[in-house]
Design a protein around this ligand. Structure first.
Ligand SMILES: [Zn+2]
Length: 324
């Protein structure tokens, strides 16, 4: 059954016109590519409502809650929660964001893999020697023409791995050589092996676990970041999910595994980080090209965000604060 599915997915890739490039690169027709050529359907709102997600939280006496609500801090940029949520889940109990981490700690060295037998292996079939540290999201490297890199393939394994891993840039077109803001795709697609465990990019609470035609099985986590407001991280095309709506999580908590559910032609993670703008939160998907300033209103480059809110970045801010 799996093989039949994969054949079908290969045909889909060929149909969307990427096959020529893929064969050149030797990564084959299974190369990942989202197929979001159309606006998303309303199907992503399927699944439990936030109210239902909070159902199992026990009530506290109303008078005591009202007293505490009066002194409750409201994060900048966040929307007021509906009364039904406030009465059951005090905001002061919301888990700390703590720090940002990448969703994986190491990635397959895609640029060194030359045959489908090598790059189609699942996470469990790869060995330690197949993995390298997560490459930097460096636009200068990522936009080097692939054809030039392939002329000296041995020397350029690192750059090829980075280009394949960050297979779409933030608002990039579905083209490995494209830069940012050449397409309408918010977030980034990162190429990973099937079944790779995915960690949450920061502490927060699972806002939604749902499945739809485009994003497939996905998880959305609400993060409340001091002085910055509420952000929602989205992990799309998952194969399995290991958290429940309403669950509190820490940075790096495994939320599920890489799959190819929804509009996905090869295993990869769609990672998106949206601003909390309305209640209930709806994941952002533009219907046309945006300028960087327009995009900034709705969503954030998740890779840049992680780089500027990670352990080192947090330590630097704290040491600066101590020094002043
Ligand atoms: Zn995507």
């Amino acid at each position: 059954m799996h093989a039949a599915w994969r054949r079908r997915e290969r045909r889909k890739t060929a149909l969307c016109g990427a096959a020529g490039f893929l064969l050149t690169l030797g990564i084959g027709a299974t190369f990942l590519q989202d197929n979001f050529h159309a606006a998303p359907s309303a199907g992503h709102m399927q699944g439990r409502t936030p109210e239902e997600a909070y159902e199992r939280v026990e009530y506290e006496p109303a008078a005591s809650w009202r007293r505490r609500q009066a002194t409750m801090p409201v994060a900048k940029g966040s929307q007021r929660l509906p009364a039904s949520l406030l009465s059951t889940k005090p905001a002061e109990a919301f888990p700390s964001f703590d720090r940002a981490v990448l969703p994986v700690t190491a990635i397959p060295n895609w640029g060194a893999m030359r045959t489908p037998d090598a790059w189609e292996r699942t996470y469990g079939q790869m060995t330690r020697a197949d993995f390298v540290p997560v490459p930097r999201y460096d636009i200068a490297t990522l936009t080097q023409p692939t054809v030039l890199l392939l002329k000296n393939r041995e020397k350029n394994v690192g750059a090829l791995t980075a280009k394949l891993f960050y297979s779409t840039r933030f608002f990039g077109a579905y083209d490995l050589d494209a830069g940012e803001f050449s397409g309408i795709h918010p977030g980034v697609d990162i190429k990973l092996a099937l079944d790779t465990p995915i960690g949450a990019i920061g502490g927060g609470r699972v806002y939604r676990v749902a499945k739809d035609r485009n994003m497939g099985l996905h998880v959305i986590i609400e993060h409340r970041i001091p002085d910055e407001g509420t952000l929602y991280s989205l992990y799309g095309h998952l194969g399995s999910v290991s958290v429940e709506e309403g669950e509190d999580i820490e940075p790096g908590t495994v939320i599920g595994t890489v799959g190819m559910t929804g509009q996905s032609t090869a295993p990869h993670l769609h990672l998106q980080l949206d601003r909390g703008r309305e209640t209930p939160h709806k994941r952002f998907w533009p219907t046309g090209m945006l300028t960087p300033a327009e995009a900034e209103r709705y969503t954030v480059n998740p890779i840049v965000f992680i780089a500027t809110h990670g352990t080192e970045a947090v330590a630097k801010v704290r040491s600066t604060a101590r020094a002043s």
